[in-house]
Design a protein around this ligand. Structure first.
Ligand SMILES: NC(=O)c1ccc[n+]([C@@H]2O[C@H](COP(=O)([O-])OP(=O)(O)OC[C@H]3O[C@@H](n4cnc5c(N)ncnc54)[C@H](OP(=O)(O)O)[C@@H]3O)[C@@H](O)[C@H]2O)c1
Length: 330
């Protein structure tokens, strides 16, 4: 597994990380035993980046990670958490006092003195553009509550605003074969600035696994049931904002272009991680099999997979089927 520099932190993280929203809530039930097994399987295959948030299961995801890492001494895993969604996402809630309360809670959940990396969890644009936001985050670094900070964003314009700030370690943005806009400006700007990029929703909430059909249904407590049209949060977080039927057909075309023995999720993750400017793809996994398969995609980066040939198909399918609906929105 390739390890890559995490901005200016002096740390390195794996090219394929692990998203742990699934280990909190909103994806149907995942038991603590299963969640712990997902973490273990990922680490065994070279994953050194866990992405979590204080709101995933209201701290459940963070707490499970904390218990898992507690017994592992010098484990080398970077935990990137997020804050800012325990209250309404309104600018007046992004205060130094709330930042302190949120990070103290995450430190307790994760069982650490200093959080490795805290990302603002898709705040309003006004917060991303406000110098006071970064003054408050710098103060948390100075007093040792956090080692570094970043910003998770919805739009490319927000990503560019965050990248322009001097002390931002990373931006996290949706980037996958159904979301190519970050290729235009965000990834080049991040690479030039030395800001790390975490590509979230890399499998378009599972659409890019290629395993769903028109009759697939999801549990009632799964956001792929209750947020399909943006009813609960930004529509882009569910299937990348792509219409389910359109996504099925596009995933089918991508899978058909792959050589025998290369699966669509593995090819997708390798393609993402191969793009200049991407530090890590952070797929979510609900079970050990998925975690193993996703970490295994790291091996495709070492060779044996023609990323450029897949890239041509990705761009052709995107331009024909997705660009018009997706490109202007995020
Ligand atoms: N606002 C934010 O900052 C934000 C928002 C969204 C996500 N995130 C982060 O990004 C991470 C990744 O995004 P995501 O979890 O939303 O979406 P994702 O990684 O695109 O999709 C995850 C889903 O894909 C399926 N899957 C994963 N690996 C598979 C494999 N090898 N084979 C077959 N199916 C596979 C599973 O679906 P099934 O459940 O159907 O098996 C899994 O639940 C999250 O866990 C979270 O850490 C952050």
């Amino acid at each position: 597994m390739q390890q890559r520099t995490l901005g200016r932190t002096g740390r390195s993280v794996s090219a394929i990380g692990l998203g742990t929203w699934q280990l909190g809530a909103d994806w149907g039930a995942v038991s603590e035993d299963d969640a712990t097994a997902v973490l273990a399987a990922s680490v065994e295959r070279g994953v050194t980046l866990f992405d979590t948030a204080d709101v995933y299961g209201d701290g459940r995801s963070e707490s499970i990670i904390g218990r898992f890492l507690a017994g592992r001494g010098d484990h080398g895993v970077t935990v990137a958490t997020k804050m800012g969604r325990r209250l309404a996402q309104e600018p007046e809630n992004y205060t130094p006092e709330n930042f302190r309360a949120w990070t103290e809670r995450s430190r307790r959940n994760l069982g650490v003195e200093t959080l490795d990396l805290v990302q603002l969890h898709c705040p309003p644009t006004a917060v991303i553009e406000d110098a006071a936001t970064y003054d408050a985050l710098d103060a948390l670094v100075t007093d040792g509550s956090i080692a570094a900070y970043g910003v998770s964003v919805e739009t490319c314009a927000q990503a560019l605003a965050a990248i322009a700030r001097p002390n931002v370690t990373n931006v996290q943005i949706i980037f996958n074969p159904f979301r190519l806009k970050p290729l235009d400006e965000v990834l080049p700007a991040a690479a030039d600035a030395g800001v790390a990029v975490f590509a979230r929703v890399p499998l378009a909430s599972g659409l890019l696994s290629g395993k769903y059909t028109a009759t697939t249904t999801f549990a009632a407590d799964d956001h792929r049931t209750y947020n399909r049209h943006g009813e609960a949060f930004d529509r882009g977080e569910t299937f990348s904002g792509v219409d389910f039927e359109v996504g099925l057909s596009a995933a089918h075309e991508l899978a058909a272009a792959l050589p025998e023995g290369v699966t669509l999720p593995a090819a997708t993750l390798a393609w993402i991680a191969a793009q200049r400017g991407v530090t890590s793809a952070i797929p979510g996994a609900r079970n050990v099999r998925q975690a193993q398969s996703n970490a295994g995609a790291g091996a495709l980066l070492e060779g044996g997979f023609d990323v450029d040939a897949f890239d041509r198909v990705v761009r052709e399918v995107y331009d024909r089927s997705l660009r018009e609906a997706i490109h202007p929105l995020w």
